[in-house]
Design a protein around this ligand. Structure first.
Ligand SMILES: NC(=O)C1=CN([C@@H]2O[C@H](COP(=O)(O)OP(=O)(O)OC[C@H]3O[C@@H](n4cnc5c(N)ncnc54)[C@H](OP(=O)(O)O)[C@@H]3O)[C@@H](O)[C@H]2O)C=CC1
Ligand SMILES: CC(=O)N[C@@H](CCC(=O)OP(=O)(O)O)C(=O)O
Length: 306
C-alpha cells in the first residue's frame, strides 16, 4: 500500500511548493481536501487522521490546532511552522547535522521542519560548536538576505502590487527588535548559550537566500576544513572550495534548488560563512519533502532538484 500524504495548508506558499514536488510521484498517495473545505475543522480532522504523514504548512496557531486534531498514534507529522522547533518532544528536521539527527527523523512521529534563516545559520554553526572550533558562549553575528516569498502570500502580494511603495525596489532590514522568531531554534539546536545578533534583510527577488555568519578570531581555513569534513558525502549540503567560486555572492544563486551550499571566506583571524539556498527549497518545502523521504525509508533526494 502506498503511504497516504496530506498537506494541511496546501494553498499557501510552502504547501503549494510541497505539492509541486509530490504531485507527479506514483510512490505515494496524496489525499486532497475539497477547496471549499480546506479550513473546515471537521474535514481537516478526517484528513489528518487518515494520513500516514501530514505536512502542516500553516501559521503557528493553526499548526498547533492541527496537531490537537490528531486522535491516533499512526499519523506522522512534519510541521513547517515555528510552533514546535524547540519542543523537546519533537525532532528537528535537519538530517545533515549528525547521524543522530538523521536517525531521529527516520523513526519520528513528530518532525519540526527548520526555519529558513535558521537553516542557514545552523548549517554553518552547529558543526563548529560540535567540533570545539567555537565556544558555546561565543557571541556571533549573522546577516541573512532572503527573497520576498519567505514572507508567504501576504508579502508576495505586497511586492507584486503594481502600486507598491517604490522603496520596495531596495533591500529592507527587518527584525529590528533583535527578537526574530528563528533565534530560539538557532541557540537551542547549536547549543549556544548567547543568542547571536541577527539581522534579516528582505530583497526585491522572489526566492533565494544568503545567510552569512561572522566569526571573529578564528582561522578561515580551519573553519573550511571542519565544515568540509562534517558534510563529506552529503547529497543536499555541500561546501564550496575555499573562498567560493566567484568574487561576489548572489543571494539567488540556488533559487529553484533544494540543496544548500556553504561558502567559507576570510583569513587567519576572521571568517565568514555564507549559506546559499532557496527559502522555499532547503529553507522550507524541499527540506520538508527530504524529511518525508527519510521517514519513508526512501532516497532522501527523491523528487528533489539538487
Ligand atoms: N514562505 C517560506 O519561505 C517559509 C514558510 N515557512 C512556514 O510555513 C508556514 C506557512 O507559511 P507560508 O506558506 O509562507 O504562508 P502562506 O500565508 O503563504 O500560507 C499559509 C496557508 O495556510 C492557510 N491557513 C491559515 N489558517 C488556516 C487554518 N486555520 N486552516 C487551514 N488553512 C489555514 C492559508 O489560507 P489562505 O490561503 O486562505 O490565506 C494559507 O493558504 C508558516 O508557519 C511559515 O512560517 C517556513 C519556512 C519558509
Ligand atoms: C521574508 C520574511 O519575512 N521571512 C520570514 C521567515 C520565513 C519563515 O517562513 O519563517 P519560518 O521558517 O519560521 O516559518 C521572517 O523572517 O519572519
Amino acid at each position: 500500500m502506498k503511504p497516504k500524504i496530506y498537506i494541511d495548508g496546501k494553498e499557501g506558499t510552502t504547501g503549494l511548493q510541497i505539492y509541486e514536488r509530490l504531485g507527479g510521484r506514483d510512490d505515494i498517495e496524496l489525499l486532497l481536501i475539497d477547496e471549499d473545505k480546506r479550513k473546515d475543522i471537521e474535514e481537516r480532522r478526517k484528513f489528518l487522521n487518515a494520513a500516514d504523514i501530514a505536512f502542516l504548512c500553516l501559521p503557528d496557531a493553526a499548526a498547533r490546532e492541527a496537531v490537537s486534531l490528531i486522535e491516533n498514534d499512526t499519523t506522522r507529522v512534519i510541521d513547517a511552522s515555528t510552533a514546535h522547533r524547540t519542543d523537546p518532544d519533537w525532532d528537528y528536521g535537519f538530517a545533515e547535522l549528525s547521524k543522530a539527527h538523521r536517525e531521529a527523523i527516520k523513526n519520528s512521529k513528530r518532525v519540526a521542519n527548520p526555519g529558513c534563516h535558521a537553516s542557514g545559520f545552523i548549517s554553518s554553526v552547529y558543526p563548529l560548536v560540535a567540533n570545539g572550533i567555537i565556544a558555546e558562549d561565543t557571541a556571533l553575528t549573522c546577516a541573512s538576505l532572503t527573497g520576498y516569498s519567505g514572507g508567504g502570500k501576504k508579502m508576495i502580494a505586497e511586492y507584486q502590487d503594481e502600486n507598491r511603495d517604490p522603496r520596495h525596489d531596495s533591500e529592507r532590514i527587518y527584525g529590528l527588535n533583535l527578537h526574530h522568531k528563528h533565534l530560539p531554534e538557532m541557540g537551542y539546536i547549536c547549543g549556544l548559550t548567547q543568542a547571536p545578533v541577527f539581522v534579516p534583510i528582505v530583497g526585491d527577488f522572489y526566492k533565494g537566500m544568503a545567510t552569512t555568519v561572522m566569526i571573529p578570531g578564528v582561522d578561515a581555513h580551519l573553519v573550511h576544513g571542519t565544515l568540509a569534513k562534517h558534510y563529506e558525502g552529503q547529497q543536499l549540503v555541500t561546501v564550496a572550495p575555499f573562498g567560493g567560486e566567484e568574487p561576489m555572492i548572489y543571494a539567488n544563486t540556488l533559487a529553484g534548488h533544494d540543496s544548500l551550499k556553504l561558502i567559507v571566506c576570510g583569513h587567519e583571524e576572521q571568517t565568514i560563512v555564507t549559506a546559499l539556498f532557496d527559502n522555499l527549497g532547503k529553507g522550507a518545502s524541499g527540506a520538508a519533502v527530504q524529511n518525508m523521504n527519510i521517514m519513508l525509508g526512501l532516497d532522501e533526494t527523491t523528487g528533489l532538484n539538487l
